[in-house]
Design a protein around this ligand. Structure first.
Ligand code: HEM
Length: 511
């Protein structure tokens, strides 16, 4: 059976807008994490939200032919405990993926994700062991700060009107934004590489990698939560088309929905640059600031301005700041862009040793995600200064002091399989110190660094005693240049696995 690649208008109106768009024109975001107290009233509240939910329907064109983009966006997502609190039958909840049911904070999942030490869920601000469980999130985006505040107030009033049907969890209101130049707190342009999705763009990665109910990269429809026909007497949900679900009365609760991963990631900006300056110092020479910038860019795989090292190995190139159409095949050893860099392991493209280019590309395409996050906190320094002359960046980086404020990334990603996409990338590609034939080299930005409490020889040197610290390594001449042991620059402060239902699924849940 062949699936037409472009989604129908009806399907797009059923999919939440956050799947199709990162709302780049709506820089301000507010995430309201709530807990359901009263299921009946919460269902009424949910029903009232449905007309407000922004869908993936194409934006209309104005008389000038330009797309008229929404001035604000409302999306709603629910967690497994949230479905339970809404009184969704256990027989339905158990058809969601195991990782979604277990939650991100589950000890097994925390171990997979490398959430230990400072990142352990026992110390989280949201949905950890000492926080109330998150049942759902309202994801609000606006064009201006004031407009977003108004939207938030409207939603908080609607929650109040629902008379304690649901309440925000402590710290349940989180704000995010996009900084000028789309830079993240370390100072690098972010949000550049995004997969194109067949259903939205006509070509690219199969729709089923991101939206439930469609064929994925392997040509199969991934598992989707279902409802027995008798629990949907009104036929709100579509029949399951999955050939593996032989019982023809099953209704597809997942179709046109997606999973949404949320992670609050705090960034130690001063620590990051202190490390880079020290590494430059260890290598000596007169161009230390330039070297510090270069080592940091080798860790990311792109220059602060965004140009990929693969295309611009010697210096930042503003003409390449949005470049995403490139491969690594002519650089199998990572001489231009290190194999261990953040971008090369979160999307290795056509080079995954020992596989050939075709197999590597197939594997990479099976592990993509749509990133939808925002930055929180205030910049520690003006990131634009990293793009100027190195003489300016030098003193800035050398003298950077922590100000004690918290800043980082509200990481959000949309996918059809949390275990096969987000978790796989984090565990098998970023935390794995032996990724792509490397040694002792986890992802320098988000990888889990082996610690002294690890059993001897863990994880990269069987038979050795003591732990092997994680370093960043890159080829220099005939040898691998290795940094000092990497500290953690990023700490997990909270996280949740959520379900972003279709509009029809929202109707069923509110019914
Ligand atoms: C605070 C934490 C993080 C920071 C500072 C960060 C920073 C960046 C930067 C600067 C880029 C390059 C710009 C771009 O291509 O958009 C990038 C790319 C990317 N990051 Fe992250 N990131 C973080 C967390 C994560 C996490 C948790 C994941 C997933 C597990 C992830 C997955 C990706 C992916 C898939 C790409 C695109 C790679 C490509 O297609 O070439 N990032 N990140």
């Amino acid at each position: 059976m062949t699936t037409p690649s472009l989604l129908s208008a009806a399907a797009r109106s059923d999919i939440q807008g956050l799947v199709a768009s990162g709302y780049g024109h709506l820089p301000w975001a507010s995430y309201l994490f709530f807990q359901i107290q009263n299921p009946e009233r919460a269902r009424t509240w949910l029903e009232d939200r449905i007309p407000e939910v922004t869908t993936a329907a194409p934006w209309p064109r104005g008389p000038d032919g330009e797309r008229i983009k929404p001035r604000e966006a409302v999306n709603v997502a629910l967690s497994a405990p949230g479905l339970k609190a809404l009184k969704v039958p256990t027989s339905v909840i158990c058809t969601f993926s195991p990782e979604f049911q277990e939650r991100m904070a589950h000890p097994d999942r925390a171990a997979k994700l490398g959430d230990d030490g400072e990142s352990h869920p026992s110390g989280w601000e949201l949905d950890g062991y000492s926080n109330p469980r998150i049942h759902g999130a309202l994801i609000l985006h606006g064009a201006t700060e004031e407009g977003t505040e108004e939207l938030v107030q409207r939603q908080l009033e609607a929650m109040d009107r629902a008379s304690e049907a649901l309440t925000l969890v402590p710290d349940g209101r989180q704000e995010g934004t996009i900084w000028a130049g789309h830079v993240e707190p370390f100072g690098f342009r972010d949000g550049i590489a995004q997969p194109r999705v067949q259903g939205f763009h006509g070509e690219g990665v199969p729709t089923g990698e991101f939206v439930l109910g469609y064929r994925n990269h392997y040509g199969i429809i991934p598992p989707s939560p279902v409802v027995p026909g008798r629990q949907d007497p009104g036929g709100i949900l579509p029949l399951s088309e999955n050939p593996h679900q032989a019982e023809s009365t099953l209704r597809d609760l997942g179709r046109n929905g997606s999973y949404l991963v949320y992670r609050k990631l705090e960034q130690d900006v001063a620590g990051f640059w202190r490390f880079m300056v020290q590494e430059a110092g260890r290598r000596g020479g007169e161009d230390e600031p330039e070297l510090a910038l270069r080592i940091a860019s080798l860790c990311v795989g792109r220059w602060p301005g965004g140009a990929p090292l693969e295309l611009a190995p010697h210096e930042d190139d503003p003409s390449l700041s949005d470049a995403d159409d490139f491969l690594y095949g002519s650089d199998p050893e990572g001489r231009r862009c290190p194999l261990g860099s953040h971008v090369r392991r979160t999307n290795p493209r056509d080079v995954i040793h020992p596989y050939g280019p075709e197999a590597s590309l197939r594997m990479s395409r099976a592990h993509r995600m749509l990133r939808r996050g925002r930055i929180y906190g205030r910049p520690l320094f003006d990131p634009q200064r990293l793009k100027g002359p190195v003489s300016e960046a030098g003193p800035l980086l050398r003298d950077l002091q922590d100000d004690g404020e918290s800043r980082g990334l509200h990481f959000l990603s949309v996918e059809a399989e949390i275990a096969g996409q987000f978790e796989f990338i984090q565990q098998s590609w970023c935390n794995n110190p032996r990724f792509n034939g490397l040694h002792d080299t986890p992802d320098p930005i988000i990888g889990r660094m082996p610690g002294p409490s690890d059993p001897p020889g863990t994880p990269s040197a069987p038979g050795r005693t003591g732990h092997t610290p994680g370093v960043m390594s890159f080829p220099r001449g005939p040898v691998q240049d290795r940094t000092a042991p990497l500290p953690h620059f990023v700490t997990t402060r909270g996280g949740a696995y959520l379900f972003l239902p279709s509009l029809r699924a929202l109707h069923w849940l509110a019914d």
